[in-house]
Design a protein around this ligand. Structure first.
Ligand code: BGC
Length: 758
C-alpha cells in the first residue's frame, strides 16, 4: 500500500493509504507471494551460503541458445549461466535442464526465457491491436493462451508485456505497445501480467512476466529506435511509470531495462529507476534483466569507458541479470576483488533471481512434459479470433456499405495484404507459422463459398511493391464486382524493433492502387493491416468504408470475414491518435494546454492573403498546413449500429479525499444491429500547481446492447485516482475544479463539472 498526500495550497493536511481501484484485485497475487516468503527466503539463504563467487556471477548471466546442446553443456555444468533463452524444443530444454540439475555442483535449475510477445504458436493481434479492444479480459486470455503453449516447451519466462507509452507512430515498436495512454496501458499491461503468470507462478503453465522496457523507451527522440529520451521526472512519473507500477502491483516477477538513455543516463545504469523507484518505492522483490547487450552498450553510449566499467555501473545500479553481453561473467570477479562492487550487492541480485526460480517451482519441477499437445487448441484459436474481431476499428462507413448484404454477389478481393499469412502475424512473432494462419482471402472463400463469387487480384506482390503493372487487372476485377475489398497496409517487417519510418503513407504503389479502385465508382471497402497508425487521410476520403486492423495474427482472416458480412460488428477504438501527416507528431489527446490553446479560429495556409503583413494569425497552437485536429482522435471507432449517451449523473459535485465519485448514465443502442460500445470516462483537472492535461482517460467499459436496448452504466472513480506528481514532486490530489466527460472517444462529449474540496 502506498501513501498519498492530499495537499491544500501548500499545506499538507491529510495522509491516507490507497491502492488504485483497478489494481485492488491484484493485491491478492502479491499477498500470496508474500505469504510464502519466509519459507522461500530460508531456502535461498541456505543455497546462497554454499555458492562460490563464480557460481553467483553465473546465475547473473544469461545466454542465448544457439541450437547446439553440446556447446552449452560446459557452461551449464560449470554454473556459468542462470538462464537460457530461445530454447523452444522441449526435448532440448529438458536435456539442457538435466545438465543444470544433475551435473552442476549445486543443481540450480535454469530459467528458460523467450520473447512471447503476442502469442506463441497461436498468434494474437499485435499488442497495439489488443489495446484497440479495450478489453482486459480478452487480453488476459490471450496471454494465458501464450503461456500455456510456450510453457509446454519449457519456456517459463516471457519478455513481455511491453508497456512503453508510445506516442510516436514513426517508432516501429509502437506495434508492441498498448499505445499512447497511461491508464489503458496500465490496465492492459496488468491483464497481460495476470495472463502470463496465471493464478500462481508455481503452476507448470505459468510464465514469469517481464514488463519492459524500464523506462521511457517509447519517447525516443524523433521516433527513431534506440534514440535518447528527455523525459523530466514529473512526466516520467505521471505518464511513463504508472503502467510499470501497475505491473508490479499485479505481481510481475521480473523487469527489463530499456536501451535508451534518459537525460543522459542509460536505463541499465540508472540507480534512480532501478533502486529508488522499483525497489524502494514499489517494493519489487523479483529480478531485473538488461535488454539485449544493454550493459555493454553503455560503452557506446559513452556512459562507461569499457566492458568492466559497464558491468560495474549496471550491477551497482541494480541490474540482477545480464542478457548476452557477458560483461558480468568477465569483469565481476575482479570488480569484487577490487571492492568496486560489493559481494553483498551480488548476493542481493542472486537472491532476487533464485526467489523467482523458487516461485516458479523450478526446483521441484524442473522438466517439462514432452508429450503435451497444446498448440493451436480450438479454444486458443477461438481466443485469437475473438481478440482479432474486437481489435478491428471501423473508421468510416459511408451509406452503411458495411456489413455486406445478400445483394452482394461478386466481390473483388485486391491488395497485397489479402493473402499475406506471414505479414498478418505482425512483428516479433517468432513462433507463429504462416501455414497455420488464415488470411482474409482464405476465410472469405471458405465462409462465402457458393454465396459470393470472389475475384482475386492482388495487384501488388507486397506492401512495398512499386510495380504498377498489376493495377489494371485489379481495376478490371473491381469493374466486374458489386463491391471492392482492398487489403492494404504494411508487411510485418516494416514495424517492430529497429523498424522506424519517417514516412507513414502507404508504401509502394498502394496509394495508386486505392486511387485507381476509387475511380471505378464501385463501393470501395479498404481494410488496413499495419503495425502502426498510418497517414491514410486520402485513402479514407476515397473509400466508402475503412476497417483498420493492426496486424491481427493467426485468426485475422476469419475475424475479418465475420466483420465484413456482419456476423460480427466492429467495436474497436483507436488506442493511439492517428495523425493527418507526420509533421503533426507528437500528437496525443492528453497534452497540456498552452497559453494559446487551439480550438478557436483555424486559419490555414490557403486562407492567408497575398503579401499579408506579419501577424500572429489565429494566435493559437496549430499548424498552418495541418490544422490542430488529428485524422482520428484517441478512443475513436464506429459500429454498424449507433449509440446514444444520456447526460451523466454524478453522485456528488463536491467531493473530499477518500470519497468515491459515482458516475451514472444510460447507453442506448439506437441502430439496427446488436453491438458493443466502449464507453470512456475522461477527467480534466482544471487548475494545478503545474499545468495538467486537457483530458485523461480514467475509466472505460465495453457494453453490449441489442437494437433498442438501453442499459444504465456506472463508473466509480475514487478521488485518489486524481492524484498526480505536483510542483513539489509529490503524488497528490489537489483540490479544485474538475471537468468530466463520458464519451465515445476523447474528442466528444459535454463536460460536467465537479469539485474536490478540503
Ligand atoms: C529487445 C527486447 C527483447 C530482447 C530479446 C531486444 O532487442 O529490445 O524487447 O526482449 O531483444 O530478444
Amino acid at each position: 500500500m502506498e501513501s498519498y498526500l492530499i495537499i491544500f495550497g501548500m499545506k499538507t493536511i491529510q495522509l491516507f493509504s490507497v491502492g488504485l481501484l483497478f489494481l485492488a484485485g491484484m493485491a491478492s497475487c502479491t499477498q500470496k507471494q508474500q505469504g510464502s516468503n519466509a519459507h522461500v527466503e530460508e531456502k535461498i539463504n541456505a543455497l546462497l551460503s554454499q555458492m562460490t563467487l563464480e557460481e553467483k556471477i553465473g546465475q547473473m548471466n544469461q545466454l542465448s541458445f544457439n541450437g547446439n546442446v553440446e556447446e552449452m553443456i560446459p557452461f551449464i555444468k560449470a554454473g556459468k549461466t542462470g538462464s537460457l533463452f530461445n530454447v523452444v524444443d522441449p526435448v532440448q530444454a529438458n536435456a539442457l535442464q538435466r545438465v543444470a540439475v544433475e551435473e552442476s555442483r549445486l543443481g540450480i535449475p535454469l530459467l528458460m526465457g523467450r520473447d512471447v510477445i503476442h502469442g506463441f504458436k497461436t498468434v494474437m493481434p499485435i499488442p497495439l491491436g489488443q489495446a484497440a479492444t479495450f478489453d482486459p479480459q480478452v487480453v488476459e486470455e490471450g496471454a494465458r493462451v501464450a503461456a500455456i503453449e510456450a510453457s509446454s516447451t519449457g519456456v517459463r519466462w516471457t519478455f513481455a508485456p511491453m508497456i512503453d507509452i508510445a506516442r510516436d507512430p514513426r517508432w516501429g515498436r509502437i506495434a508492441e505497445s498498448c499505445g499512447e495512454d497511461t491508464y489503458l496501458t496500465s490496465v492492459l499491461g496488468a491483464a497481460m501480467v495476470k495472463g502470463f503468470q496465471g493464478d500462481s507462478l508455481n503452476q507448470p503453465t505459468s510464465m514469469a512476466a517481464c514488463p519492459k522496457h524500464f523506462a521511457g523507451y517509447g519517447a525516443a527522440e524523433g521516433g527513431k529506435d534506440y534514440n535518447s529520451t528527455f523525459i523530466p521526472e514529473r512526466r516520467l512519473r505521471n505518464v511513463y511509470l504508472p503502467p510499470f507500477e501497475a505491473a508490479a502491483k499485479a505481481g510481475a516477477a521480473t523487469y527489463m531495462t530499456s536501451f535508451n538513455d534518459n537525460d543522459g543516463v542509460p536505463s541499465t545504469g540508472n540507480i534512480f529507476l532501478l533502486r529508488q523507484v522499483l525497489r524502494d518505492e514499489w517494493g519489487f522483490d523479483g529480478f531485473v534483466v538488461t535488454d539485449w547487450a544493454s550493459a555493454f552498450e553503455m560503452v557506446s553510449h559513452g556512459f562507461a569507458a569499457d566492458r568492466k566499467e559497464a558491468a560495474m555501473k549496471a550491477v551497482n545500479a541494480g541490474v540482477d541479470m545480464e542478457m548476452v553481453s557477458g560483461t558480468f561473467l568477465e569483469a565481476l570477479p575482479e570488480l569484487v576483488k577490487e571492492g568496486k562492487v560489493k559481494e553483498a550487492v551480488l548476493d542481493e541480485a542472486v537472491r532476487n533471481i533464485l526467489r523467482i526460480k523458487f516461485r516458479l517451482g523450478l526446483f521441484d519441477r524442473p522438466y517439462t512434459d514432452e508429450s503435451l499437445q497444446v498448440m493451436y487448441a480450438p479454444e486458443h484459436l477461438a481466443t485469437a479470433k475473438r481478440a482479432a474481431t474486437e481489435s478491428a476499428i471501423l473508421l468510416k462507413n459511408e451509406d452503411d456499405v458495411l456489413p455486406l448484404g445478400a445483394s452482394v454477389k461478386t466481390v473483388a478481393v485486391v491488395g497485397p495484404m489479402a493473402d499475406a499469412p506471414h505479414d498478418q502475424l505482425g512483428t516479433w512473432a517468432f513462433d507463429g507459422e504462416k501455414e497455420r494462419t488464415v488470411t482474409p482471402l482464405q476465410a472469405i472463400r471458405e465462409s462465402m463459398d457458393g454465396k459470393v463469387q470472389v475475384l482475386y487480384e492482388p495487384a501488388l506482390v507486397c506492401s512495398r511493391d512499386k510495380n504498377r503493372q498489376g493495377i489494371p487487372r485489379a481495376v478490371s476485377a473491381a469493374l466486374r464486382a458489386d463491391v471492392v475489398l482492398a487489403f492494404v497496409g504494411e508487411e510485418s517487417i516494416l514495424s517492430g524493433e529497429a523498424h522506424s519510418l519517417a514516412d507513414l503513407n502507404l508504401q509502394g504503389a498502394q496509394r495508386e492502387l486505392i486511387a485507381a479502385l476509387a475511380q471505378t465508382g464501385k463501393p470501395l471497402v479498404t481494410v488496413v493491416m499495419a503495425g502502426r497508425p498510418l497517414t491514410i487521410g486520402d485513402e479514407v476520403e476515397q473509400s466508402s468504408a475503412v476497417l483498420y486492423m493492426f496486424h491481427p495474427g493467426t485468426m485475422g482472416g476469419p475475424a475479418l470475414a465475420d466483420l465484413l458480412w456482419g456476423k460480427a460488428v466492429p467495436s474497436g477504438k483507436t488506442p493511439v491518435t492517428f495523425p493527418k501527416m507526420v509533421g503533426q507528431i507528437p500528437v496525443y489527446y492528453s497534452h497540456n494546454n498552452t497559453g494559446r490553446p487551439a480550438g478557436r479560429t483555424e486559419i490555414l495556409l490557403d486562407d492567408i492573403p497575398l503579401e499579408a503583413g506579419q501577424t500572429s494569425l489565429g494566435c493559437t497552437s496549430y499548424y498552418l498546413d495541418a490544422g490542430f485536429e488529428p485524422l482520428f482522435p484517441f478512443g475513436y471507432g464506429l459500429s454498424y449500429t449507433t449509440f446514444r449517451y444520456s447526460e451523466p449523473k454524478l453522485s456528488a459535485t463536491e467531493l473530499k479525499s477518500g470519497d468515491v465519485l459515482t458516475v451514472t448514465f444510460d447507453l442506448e443502442n439506437t441502430g439496427r444491429y446488436e453491438g458493443t460500445e466502449i464507453a470512456q470516462l475522461y477527467v480534466q483537472d482544471k487548475v494545478g500547481s503545474v499545468t495538467r492535461p486537457v483530458k485523461e482517460l480514467k475509466r472505460f467499459t465495453r457494453v453490449s446492447l441489442k437494437p433498442g436496448e438501453k442499459k444504465t452504466v456506472t463508473f466509480e472513480l475514487p478521488m485518489e485516482e486524481l492524484a498526480f506528481w505536483n510542483i513539489d514532486m509529490k503524488r497528490v490530489v489537489e483540490p479544485g475544479d474538475f471537468n468530466l466527460w463520458v464519451a465515445p472517444d476523447s474528442q466528444s462529449g459535454t463536460p460536467v463539472a465537479f469539485k474536490v474540496v478540503e
